[in-house]
Design a protein around this ligand. Structure first.
Ligand code: NDP
Ligand SMILES: O=C1O[C@H](COP(=O)(O)O)[C@@H](O)[C@H](O)[C@H]1O
Length: 584
């Protein structure tokens, strides 16, 4: 049963006909709750008001709608409604429940899973942190962050507000709070007692989510494994990044965690792997004939992995200053995408097969060289009456900090498929826009019959495939096209798959996918320890050199396109950043 359901998720749209009524059509947000738990606002989760959605998004127009009444399909839907599920229970403990990530992402994702009936019939959520809170206070805080996804047609047909409100009440009733220290075995023993009471003698599975600063990981894992592991079912631990700050500290963390947990109990989360477009990367590549044959040095000139945020560290400077953008974004999120992008076809979609291929890519890469890296840091400036702060204006950042808030790098994979192809990464905070994308620039057409029509700049005529991870998820391909008319004028146009135009379903948050996978024991989107080692080996020598030589970052104004050094780096490899073209 479990396998079947996982397969269904992997197959995505092809089996979407088997999902439940409320999974389709316009998805609306009801919430967040403000005072008490009774007042809801209706709006879409993307912030669009209800009436902004076109009428053909409705259920009647949806070709999949007929499957919803299919009792056979229905049978397959409810993974946890199989006979006997009433005898087991799932306890999810959010450690660090008073924190930012728990409120912003984890509780809302758990509610979304509950709302869509993805959680088992018997489950509870425990918040654990030092802050003193009652169950009711936790529920009140959590309730302010919850939102519902509701089908537009269902809204007309039924009282969705009431349904949403009921679902929230039911979810909140299953949320409890336990105040305790992170390094106290007694406190975890007490948590264990409380969990046992709620589990009521059923077969109990336990999932711990470590949403705490990394220096607390080992203490918590020790206490939880010794005092609050499940005695009858599985115990799994989701560990948030950062997993160390270099090869040595990461190795140390892994060794310490493994004193208390087996590798298959550790779920190292990289939330970029849970993003829809990142998940789609393999689908695009391995299920379309047109891409895979081009996926090599023979046709691809360069690959660009770009992350930018249009805000600074804003309150997280204390954490950030100890890590910097290379550790915060490149060594994990962008490198993970690179590995998925460049891996050979795995034997199957099983976690170990996919992760084996990713490790091979990482181990075929050259460690980063200082001359292939540019670092920057944002500086303050004013525009009109608005003041934009410098990174070092953040009160939690030490004066004179050299920590990079921007970096660009050229990486190389020394294998037969990718020899000589530059993989360029660029990541920065406080830039002019918020975006994450993968850009693939193809080679020039040999002996191009139309080269006269492009002038001297043949780069303008090359094909480029773009996977826009966020915002406004899209896959588009830049092609050359004849402008209609009697002359012969060429035009560069986009074949554009814009998700919001093509799909009515709201894109789930990455944390929903990853939490569900952890509950199901699906490890494909989590980082294995050898992947982590390989990833750190690539970055550690560079990070040490930057720190030892006290390399000063190039300053760039808050809200700009970043340091000019990034263009020189790209030019060194004959590359132009795709996100800076006129149409982008
Ligand atoms: N926030 C985000 O957007 C992201 C966060 N992460 C990672 O997720 C984890 C949690 O992040 P976030 O929620 O922002 O973290 P917080 O800084 O909000 O910490 C979470 C909780 O841990 C406790 N805590 C914080 N500092 C200390 C300390 N010095 N000693 C003991 N306890 C402390 C606090 O709870 P109490 O005082 O009640 O015990 C706090 O509410 C971190 O590992 C972070 O790197 C990863 C990606 C994004
Ligand atoms: O892991 C992190 O990711 C966020 C960006 O995540 P997104 O899903 O909002 O794109 C980043 O702001 C943060 O610095 C980093 O730690």
């Amino acid at each position: 049963m479990k396998k079947k359901r996982t397969k269904k998720r992997l197959m995505g749209e092809a089996t979407e006909g088997a999902i439940r009524l409320k999974d389709l059509g316009l998805l609306l947000r009801i919430g967040p709750r403000k005072h008490g738990r009774k007042h809801f606002e209706l709006k879409s989760s993307n912030g669009h008001p209800l009436n902004a959605v076109s009428s053909h998004d409705g259920l009647a127009a949806n070709p999949l709608a007929k499957d919803h009444t299919d009792p056979k399909g229905k049978e397959e839907l409810f993974f946890f409604s199989e006979p006997g599920s009433g005898d087991s229970t799932l306890s999810i403990t959010v450690v660090g429940a008073s924190g930012d990530l728990a409120k912003k992402k984890i509780f809302p994702a758990l509610f979304a899973l509950y709302y869509e009936d993805f959680l088992p019939k018997n489950f509870i959520v425990y918040g654990h942190a030092r802050t003193k809170l009652t169950d009711e206070e936790l529920r009140d805080t959590v309730s302010r962050t919850l939102t519902c996804r509701i089908d537009k047609r269902v809204i007309r047909a039924t009282n969705c507000r009431e349904n949403c409100e009921n679902k929230m009440e039911e979810f909140l009733k299953r949320c409890f709070y336990h105040s305790g220290q992170y390094n106290s075995e007694e406190d975890f023993e007490e948590l264990d007692k409380k969990l046992k009471e709620k589990e009521a003698g059923k077969l109990a599975h336990r999932l711990f989510y470590l949403s705490i600063p990394p220096n607390l990981f080992v203490d918590v894992v020790k206490c939880a494994s010794l005092k609050a592991s499940s005695e009858s079912g599985w115990t799994r631990v989701i560990v948030e990044k950062p997993f160390g700050r270099d090869s040595e500290s990461s190795g140390e963390l892994t060794r310490s965690l493994k004193q208390y947990l087996a590798e298959d109990q550790i779920f190292r989360i990289d939330h970029y792997l849970g993003k829809e477009l990142v998940e789609n990367l393999s689908v695009l590549r391995f299920s379309n004939l047109v891409f895979e044959p081009l996926w090599s040095r023979n046709y691809i000139r360069n690959v660009q992995l770009i992350f930018s945020e249009d805000f600074g560290t804003e309150g997280r400077g204390g954490y950030f200053d100890n890590y910097g953008i290379i550790r915060d974004i490149m060594q994990n999120h962008l490198l993970q995408i690179l590995a998925l992008f460049a891996m050979e076809t795995p034997v199957s979609l099983d976690a170990e097969d996919v992760r084996n291929e990713k490790v091979k890519v990482l181990r075929s890469m050259r460690p980063l060289q200082l001359e292939d890296v540019v670092v920057g840091q944002y500086k303050g400036h004013s525009k009109g009456s608005k003041l934009y702060p410098a990174y070092t204006d953040d009160p939690t950042v030490p004066n004179g900090s050299l920590t990079p808030t921007f970096a660009a790098a050229a990486l190389f994979i020394d294998n037969a498929r990718w020899d000589g192809v530059p993989f360029l990464m660029k990541a920065g905070k406080a830039l002019h826009t918020r975006r994450a994308e993968i850009r693939v620039q193809f080679r020039h057409v040999p002996g191009n019959l139309y080269k006269r029509n492009f002038g001297t700049d043949l780069d303008k005529a090359t094909n480029e495939l773009v996977l826009r991870v966020q915002p406004d998820e899209a896959v588009y391909l830049k092609i050359n096209n004849k402008v209609p008319g009697l002359g012969m004028r060429l035009d560069r146009s986009d074949l554009n798959l814009l998700y919001r135009a093509r799909y009515t379903r709201e894109i789930p948050d990455a944390y929903e996918r990853l939490l569900l996978d952890a509950v199901e024991g699906e490890r494909r989107l989590f980082i294995r320890s050898d992947e982590l080692d390989a990833a750190w080996s690539l970055f550690t020598p560079l990070l040490k050199e930057l720190e030892d030589k006290k390399i000063g970052p190039e300053l760039y104004p808050y809200g700009s396109r970043g340091p000019v050094g990034a263009h020189y780096l790209a030019a060194k490899y004959n590359v132009r950043w795709g996100d800076l073209g006129s149409e982008d």
